[in-house]
Design a protein around this ligand. Structure first.
Ligand code: ZN
Length: 424
């Protein structure tokens, strides 16, 4: 696996966090006059965009029949905007695309495109006074991706589970003969051949597993199941990549094969999986604390310090508490030269937008205040991190270590690749 792939895989926690914020913001949007003119468009993967365009052209035509003329025009404005943006989109992507567009509170056409973390499972075109984000929200419920592997002499099943979604990725049959088919003189020779066949089979499964869980469907952790003996035999195989071994967090006796067996394995491993997410976060926080405690010079904290270390390319991992949450908005008046930057928490986004729509420019007293740019702290950290392949991990405050990260260290800390300053 390349360096990039590895970081893409690790980036998922921050991408999900940011998407969660984007969804909150989308939810806060309303159509300019509360008419049903905001367009929600879900395009599943493997959709031909020419089909989507054809549908949009139809909808554009239909919008002329809308009784309220201003609503009809607003719908058409949204559709035109979507169609012109779609020209620069090559395909519906690995997971599909979600598009939200329309004239919002600010009296401007706003366009949002979301590349979801999971496959879009619905095809939807909808006009309403709000954007429909439920389908994206469902995706947010599932978190880490795990591999479930069922291995025995007769066959192997590899699955991936994320939240409530379980996908069987590979099912392989082996050609290892059963153990006691022959008697007499040929017994010893037969057994030797059988053992060789079993070893070749396990090597094959190991290769498939390496490719599946490291490249095709990178997972955070792996659970292995199978009949007692088979699992043990398999785990002795030397073809298993060390990174796969490091990911194994549980091994269980499973009697069934195929999907039924995978479900049984998932049931048995449930506690292990929920512990794992917590443990992963706690270990990261502990690692940071250790560097700090031993004064290795490889830990830093505070917004300014971490930003600075990121710019210098010195950061290996950024730890950011989910409590750290700040949106920075640059306001600009269209009537005069007035500008101002304001900060607030994402959860106050709706209130801010509402208040802004009623606010007048303090300089020229006109209702012409607009959002010139909008950024949140975690997005900013993530962008800086991307440039230097640093990994950003969002840490929940549901556990002691996470709470300490927020309360004691302000919620932003970093583990460094090298020392930035010599101790003295
Ligand atoms: Zn003004």
């Amino acid at each position: 696996m390349s360096h990039n792939q590895k970081n893409e895989e690790k980036r998922s926690s921050i991408e999900r966090y940011l998407l969660k914020h984007d969804i909150e913001k989308l939810e806060a949007k309303r159509s300019f006059n509360m008419s049903t003119s905001l367009v929600t468009l879900y395009i599943p993967p493997r959709t031909r965009l020419s089909d989507t365009n054809a549908q949009l052209r139809d909808e554009y035509g239909t919008a002329t029949n809308i009784k309220d003329k201003s609503t009809g025009k607003a719908v058409q404005a949204a559709i035109s905007s979507i169609m012109s943006r779609m020209k620069s989109i090559a395909d519906s992507g690995e997971n599909g695309i979600a598009i939200f567009c329309g004239i919002t509170q600010g009296n401007k056409v706003e366009f949002f495109l979301v590349n979801p973390p999971e496959k879009i499972g619905i095809k939807l075109y909808l006009c309403d006074y709000v954007f429909h984000v439920d389908h994206l929200k469902e995706m947010m419920e599932s978190k880490l991706k795990y591999g479930l592997a069922l291995i025995e002499r007769g066959g192997a099943t590899l699955a991936v589970v994320q939240g409530s979604r379980l996908d069987v990725i590979r099912e392989e049959e082996s050609y290892v003969p059963g153990k006691h088919k022959m008697g007499g003189q040929s017994q010893a020779r037969f057994q030797r051949l059988t053992e060789e066949a079993a070893q070749r089979w396990y090597s094959k499964v190991a290769e498939i597993m390496n490719k599946t869980y490291l490249e095709d469907h990178p997972v955070e952790a792996i659970i292995i199941g199978g009949p007692a003996l088979s699992k043990a035999e398999f785990l002795e195989n030397k073809e298993i990549d060390y990174r796969i071994r490091e990911k194994v967090i549980g091994i269980y006796d499973i009697g069934y094969r195929g999907t039924v067996g995978i479900r049984e394995l998932l049931d048995k491993a449930q506690d292990k999986l929920s512990d794992f997410e917590l443990i992963k976060e706690r270990n990261l926080t502990k690692k940071f604390m250790e560097h700090l405690g031993k004064d290795t010079g490889l830990a830093t904290y505070g917004e300014k310090q971490v930003m600075d270390a990121l710019v210098k390319g010195a950061v290996e991992t950024v730890l950011v508490s989910e409590e750290v949450d700040r949106v920075n908005i640059d306001l600009k008046c269209d009537g005069c030269e007035y500008t101002k930057t304001e900060s607030f928490k994402t959860k106050n986004y709706i209130d801010f937008m509402k208040e802004l729509s009623e606010r007048k420019c303090p300089k020229c007293n006109e209702s012409k205040l607009n959002i010139a740019s909008e950024k949140d702290l975690i997005t900013e950290l993530n962008e800086l991190a991307k440039d230097t392949s640093a990994v950003v991990e969002v840490i929940s405050s549901a556990h002691e270590d996470g709470a300490m990260l927020y309360n004691v260290f302000g919620g932003i800390a970093a583990i460094l690749r090298y020392k930035l300053y010599e101790n003295y």
